[in-house]
Design a protein around this ligand. Structure first.
Ligand code: ATP
Ligand code: MG
Length: 233
């Protein structure tokens, strides 16, 4: 469960496509991320941001190499890769049942830990304590998570990553579905992860959201056109 231990990442000549005979959507990307680094990824719609998040976990056909802590994903089984690296998609699917089940499907943690993760992920910052519709560990979750907003689903997925102690977190921000406040709460909770040396990749739709990242990667048509400190862009 504690792989990778530091969250350093090296990518070399990474290309990806959705179908084996389909067009490439990422072209020979190479970059490295230090443990605990926080980067933002921006680019117009269709530039390959979500594809990059999928390629980093080899969820789509890829060429090239991705190393986490010096271990090549090509030599690891994908189960263990996906166990150590958390990807939060633009529209997360939740498990039906309770919120508790989503955070702790194998019943391994105390409620205090689970509530702490929900707090750290920002859920309680978004709902008043007197709000009758506020979510608790016992709240029912409908199939896929359809009774929660997309922003709430992302926060639950973030809390799950915190419970799992993932050292690499890849967040593909919800597009129009997310309001400014939710966006800000998610970014604030990601900042608190820095203390734990979690490497964070945030795909953002507002440059403003990620201006305090260590570096910003700009994608265009599946290529990296900039990757530098925000002040240098
Ligand atoms: P957005 O800002 O709208 O989320 P994005 O930068 O995440 O855009 P991607 O979803 O990575 O863009 O798309 C990159 C390319 O891959 C586009 O040409 C797109 O049409 C293609 N693509 C994305 N998803 C699929 C899919 N499931 N099957 C085939 N092609 C896809
Ligand atoms: Mg996308």
């Amino acid at each position: 469960a504690h792989w990778p231990s530091s969250g350093a990442l090296r990518v070399e000549k990474l290309s990806a496509r959705y179908a084996l005979d389909g067009p490439r959507v990422l072209h020979n990307l190479s970059f490295t991320l230090n443990s605990g680094e926080r980067i933002g990824v921006v680019g117009r719609t269709g530039s390959g941001k979500s594809s990059l998040t999928l390629a980093l976990l080899r969820c789509i056909p890829t060429q090239g190499n991705v190393w986490y802590d010096g271990l090549d994903t090509a030599e690891l089984n994908l189960e263990s890769v996906r166990g150590g690296v958390t990807i939060i998609p633009q529209v997360p699917e939740l498990l039906s049942g309770t919120l508790r089940r989503n955070l702790d499907p194998f019943d391994q943690f105390d409620d205090a830990v689970l509530n702490g993760a929900l707090r750290d992920a920002g859920l309680f910052a978004l709902q008043g304590t007197d709000d009758e519709s506020r979510l608790t560990l016992d709240s029912a979750i409908a199939r896929g998570g359809n009774n929660l907003s997309v922003g709430q689903r992302q926060i639950v997925a973030l809390a799950r990553a915190m419970v799992r102690d993932s050292k690499v977190l890849i967040l593909d921000e919800a597009t129009s579905a997310i309001d400014y406040k939710t966006d800000a709460v998610i970014q604030a909770s990601l900042r608190t992860q820095l203390a734990k040396d979690v490497t964070v990749i945030t795909v953002a739709h507002r440059l403003q959201t990620i201006m305090d990242s260590d570096r910003i990667m700009v994608l265009d048509a599946g290529n990296i056109v900039e990757f530098d400190a925000p002040s240098a862009l």
